[in-house]
Design a binder for this molecule. Structure first.
Ligand code: SAH
Length: 381
C-alpha cells in the first residue's frame, strides 16, 4: 500500500560545478549555510538570503540590496531563487483561486486559495497524484505519483503570495493566514519533504507562520502521526469518513493496514490533545454509505476522550464518481446528533466547486505525459 514513490532530484553541492544553478528555495537553514560556506561566505550571508527569499519574496539577486553588488553577481552565477511555473490559474465565482503548477520535470500539481473576509487558507499539495486510492477522491484516480520536494511544497505558498501581493510577510492580518496540507497526496507518506517545507514556513525570520495556523491532514498513516506531533506540533486533521472498519476498509483502503482503533489511539497521544487545541475529524457525507443516525451515534461514542471537532464535508462530485452526496436534511440530522454528543460539527461549505477546486476534486493531467504540450507555452490565466 505504501508503495515507494519517486521524488524530485536532490540538490547536491556538485551541481554548481556541473554548471547547474542550485535553487535556494527549499533548502533548510543549515543547507543554506553550507552552500554559503562552499563559496567562502560566512553563515551571516545565509541569514541575509533567508530574509530576502522568505520575508521579502525576492527572486532576483540584484534586488538584494544589503548584499554587495559583486557578490550578488557571484551568487547569480551559481544559484537561483525559483518558483514553480504557473500553467493555469482559475478563479471561482466565490473567490476561490486554483493554480495548476508545473515543476522542473514537467509534472504538475494544484494548490487552492480559499479566501474569507479578512483572512484565508491555502490548500497545498504534497504529492503529484496519490497512492491511497480512497474511493470518493478524484486525486486517487490519478495514476502517476511522485513526492514533491520541499522547495516544490513551499513554492506553492510563494506563488500564492506573489499573486496576492503578500510580500514582505505582514506582521498582522494576512489573506493567506493559514496553510492546510489538504491538497493532492498524503503528506505523511512524504514526511521528510513535508516537514522540511513546514519548518521553512514556520521560521520566524521568513514566512513566519505559527504552527497553530498550519494543519496537516492524513488518511491515517499511523506510525508517522506521533513523529509529526513531536517534531512539528502542527494541527492534526484525520480523514475518518467511517465508523466501522468494514466500511472504512472499502472507502479509505489504508484502513486495512492501520484500522480505526489504532488510528484513534495515535490521536489520543497526539500532543495537541493535551491543551486547548483539538483534532479535526473530517467526515465526507456519502448518501447511504456512512450517513445514518447510527453512524453519528457511533462517531460520538468513539471520539470519547479525544479533544475533537468533526468537520462534515458534503461529498464533492467529480466526473465518474461512484457516490452521491447525502441530502441536506440528512447532513443536518447527522450534525445535530454529533453536536448533541458534545462535539462541534460544522458542515464545510463547499468552495470552488465550479472550478473543481473543492475537497477531493483536485487532479492534474500528469498521468498522461503531455509531450505535445511540454515545449508549448501554456498561458497563465
Ligand atoms: N491525503 C490526506 C490529504 C488530503 S485532504 C488526507 O486524506 O487527509 C483532502 C480531504 O478531502 C480529505 O479529508 C479527503 O478525504 C476529502 N475528500 C476527498 N475527496 C472528497 C470529495 N469528493 N468530496 C469531499 N471531500 C473529499
Amino acid at each position: 500500500m505504501t508503495t515507494a514513490v519517486a521524488t524530485a532530484p536532490e540538490i547536491r553541492l556538485e551541481d554548481a560545478d556541473a554548471g547547474l544553478l542550485i535553487d535556494l528555495v527549499g533548502l533548510s537553514r543549515e543547507e543554506l549555510v553550507q552552500q554559503m560556506a562552499a563559496i567562502g561566505e560566512p553563515a551571516f550571508r545565509a541569514k541575509q538570503l533567508w530574509h530576502w527569499i522568505y520575508h521579502r519574496g525576492v527572486t532576483d539577486f540584484d534586488a538584494m540590496t544589503t548584499i554587495a553588488k559583486p557578490l550578488r553577481a557571484r551568487l547569480a552565477e551559481r544559484f537561483a531563487v525559483r518558483r514553480p511555473q504557473v500553467s493555469n490559474v482559475q478563479l471561482s465565482e466565490d473567490g476561490t483561486r486554483k493554480w495548476l503548477l508545473r515543476f522542473g520535470d514537467g509534472n504538475e500539481a494544484e494548490s487552492v486559495h480559499i479566501p474569507e473576509e479578512d483572512r484565508g487558507a491555502l490548500c497545498i499539495s504534497s504529492q503529484v497524484g496519490c497512492t491511497l486510492t480512497c474511493k470518493f477522491c478524484h486525486t486517487g484516480t490519478q495514476k502517476l505519483v511522485r513526492n514533491l520536494a520541499a522547495g516544490e511544497i513551499v513554492g506553492q505558498l510563494m506563488i500564492a503570495r506573489d499573486t496576492i501581493g503578500e510580500w514582505p510577510s505582514p506582521a498582522d492580518a494576512r489573506m493567506i493566514s493559514n496553510v492546510v496540507m489538504m491538497g493532492m497526496g498524503e503528506p505523511l507518506l512524504n514526511y521528510d519533504n513535508v516537514a522540511k517545507a513546514i519548518r521553512i514556513m514556520m521560521d520566524g525570520e521568513g514566512i513566519a507562520l505559527s504552527k497553530r495556523r498550519i494543519t496537516l491532514s492524513t488518511a491515517g498513516v499511523v506510525p508517522m502521526i506521533e513523529r509529526c506531533g513531536a517534531e512539528l506540533g502542527v494541527n492534526l486533521a484525520i480523514s475518518l469518513h467511517a465508523v466501522r472498519d468494514d466500511i472504512r476498509d472499502e472507502i479509505v483502503p489504508i484502513n486495512r493496514k492501520y484500522p480505526i482503533a489504532e488510528l484513534l489511539q495515535a490521536c489520543r497521544t497526539y500532543p495537541t490533545s493535551n491543551n486547548a487545541r483539538r483534532i479535526t475529524f473530517e467526515y465526507v457525507m456519502l448518501k447511504g454509505v456512512n450517513d445514518s443516525d447510527a453512524d453519528a451515534h457511533a462517531l460520538v461514542a468513539m471520539l470519547r476522550g479525544i479533544p475533537a471537532k468533526v468537520n462534515l464535508i458534503p461529498f464533492n462530485p467529480w466526473p465518474g464518481a461512484p457516490f452521491e452526496c447525502s441530502s441536506n436534511n440528512r447532513i443536518r440530522a447527522f450534525a445535530q446528533i454529533v453536536n448533541d454528543g458534545g462535539y462541534s460539527s460544522p458542515v464545510r461549505t463547499p468552495r470552488g466547486r465550479d472550478i473543481l477546486a473543492a475537497c477531493g476534486q483536485l487532479k492534474s493531467a500528469s498521468e498522461k505525459v503531455r509531450a505535445s504540450q511540454r515545449g508549448a507555452a501554456v498561458p497563465a490565466a
